[in-house]
Ligand binder design. Structure first.
Ligand SMILES: Cc1cc2nc3c(=O)[nH]c(=O)nc-3n(C[C@H](O)[C@H](O)[C@H](O)COP(=O)(O)OP(=O)(O)OC[C@H]3O[C@@H](n4cnc5c(N)ncnc54)[C@H](O)[C@@H]3O)c2cc1C
Length: 433
């Protein structure tokens, strides 16, 4: 087997949202980087996943000149409905967060944009290239990859580990340092994508004694649905007829029709939340699902991945442009509070919309009471509704909004991290031991 060596400044493992955002930002600032991705380009485009892009994420994409198509094709989205068999109410969260909205835009479309922009600028993504082992040292790292019959050795100053939950990056940080924590929830969802026009202009969270049913938006012709299903069920237990009749039942409302269509994908999702207690070790920095995953409730996964990537990329820029390594040293500390808030939000929404199995247990009865209470608080308390709205939309405090991309001086960084150039500083502090 032949072997080839490549040297770069930042080796990015994974061409998901996190890796591609980092790649685009680094390239814009003239920092050498390389993306390696184990799948082919068509395989990446075929994965149907997130679709709800929050306001903070849109601001980040706009700041880096990566939002053109999203703002053109994506749809702003500022209302969601909570529907039970007895009642329904629509929460206008846009009105409660100074006009800030989500955009509905499929993750594959965003990946298409990010790959296109990066390659157009001259960036390099090595598809069909799988990272196998990482040697992580205090100053520099080496990634060994397989590309068909060829072995690639990539030497870099830093690794951005953006290879998702099942990648190799997290495993390169000893558990005693990463301290991974997992919470498994007793719920399972069937995620369904269908060729059906949306039946409402907003998302519906259906809370029904038979289980949660969700109606999400994607495009004019494609919609996404979720059904809470018994833990242990497989995709084969759910025929198209069964899916539609259950969605019709759980989402039923007077004078409203659920449009059906051809089901083009279905996938069982087990609900769990996972996170490491640090996102960095020596020369390796984790972003996105490699360091935290949450349930799809609240649509925070991809948004957090992009927000991590933005902070990490700016920290690299600060290091290379201004010889300031403090943002890199503080990367985990900067990101963890926001990640915890999102985990908390997602968990709280999850419990509010799902029905606990085992109908008559005391635990199930208490959970039903809490669920009713939470829902009524959301309907009746402005404070609760506003807090929900801002967490949900990814509220950006407008005084601090980091919108403007660098113009006059192309190396000028936005002040979101409080970054200041230190042109005279030449001694780099160790990043971590
Ligand atoms: C059904 C579903 C619905 C979702 N809905 C939402 C939503 O509405 N909103 C939201 O914000 N989030 C949502 N998410 C979560 C979101 O999709 C993820 O959080 C997001 O993709 C994370 O991005 P990432 O870049 O960290 O990781 P990924 O997107 O997983 O990308 C990692 C990349 O690394 C590659 N890779 C892995 N191992 C290696 C290796 N060894 N070598 C090279 N490459 C490797 C993978 O092939 C992949 O391309 C959803 C997820 C699912 C499954």
């Amino acid at each position: 087997m032949s072997s080839k060596e490549i040297n770069t400044q930042v080796c990015i493992i994974g061409a998901g949202p996190a890796g591609l955002i980092i790649a685009n930002i680094l390239f814009k600032y003239g920092i050498k980087c390389l993306v390696i991705e184990k799948y082919s380009q068509p395989e990446i485009y075929a994965r149907s996943r997130a679709g709800l892009i929050d306001y903070k994420t849109v601001s980040i994409l706009q700041e880096h000149g990566l939002s053109d198509r999203l703002l053109k094709i994506g749809k702003p989205h500022g209302k969601c409905e909570f529907r039970t068999p007895e009642q329904s109410f629509v929460l206008n969260y846009e009105a409660m967060s100074n006009g800030q909205t989500h955009y509905t835009y499929p993750q594959q479309e965003l990946l298409t944009d990010l790959i296109y922009k990066f390659q157009l600028a001259g960036g390099q993504i090595l598809f069909n290239t799988q990272a196998e082992t990482i040697v992580n040292e205090r100053y520099g790292a080496t990634v060994s990859c397989r590309q068909g019959e060829q072995e690639l050795i990539i030497k870099s100053d830093f690794i951005a580990g953006c290879d998702g939950f099942h990648g190799v990056s997290r495993a390169a940080i000893p558990d005693a340092i990463a301290q991974p924590k997992t919470v498994n929830y007793d719920y399972a969802w069937l995620a369904i994508t269908a060729e059906a026009a949306p039946s409402t202009p907003h998302i519906i969270y259906g809370i029904h004694p038979r289980g949660f049913a969700g109606h999400m938006l994607r495009t004019e012709t494609i919609s996404r649905y979720y059904l809470q299903i018994p833990v242990g069920d497989t995709e084969n237990d759910w025929s198209s007829d069964r899916i539609w009749s259950e969605l019709q039942l759980r989402l039923a409302k007077d004078n409203w029709t659920l449009t059906e269509g051809k089901i083009i994908a279905k996938q069982v999702l087990t609900m769990r939340s996972f996170s490491t207690q640090t996102m960095q070790h020596k020369s390796l920095f984790l972003a996105g699902d490699a360091t935290h995953i949450m349930t799809p409730a609240g649509g925070k996964g991809m948004n957090l991945a992009i927000q991590d990537a933005d902070v990490l990329a700016k920290s690299f820029v600060s290091y290379y442009r201004y010889h300031d390594n403090l943002p890199l040293r503080n990367y985990s500390a900067n990101r963890l509070p926001e990640i915890r808030l999102s985990q908390d939000f997602s968990e709280s929404l999850l419990h509010m919309i799902n029905i606990q199995e085992g109908d008559n247990s005391e635990e199930a009865n208490l959970s039903k009471l809490l669920q009713k209470f939470k829902l009524s608080q959301l309907m009746n308390s402005h404070t609760t509704a506003q807090e929900f709205a801002r967490n949900y939309v990814g509220y950006v405090d407008t005084d601090q909004a980091p919108i403007k991309p660098p113009t006059a001086n192309k190396y000028l960084l936005p002040s979101v991290l409080g970054l200041k150039p230190h042109p005279s500083k030449t001694t780099f502090l160790a990043l971590s031991s």
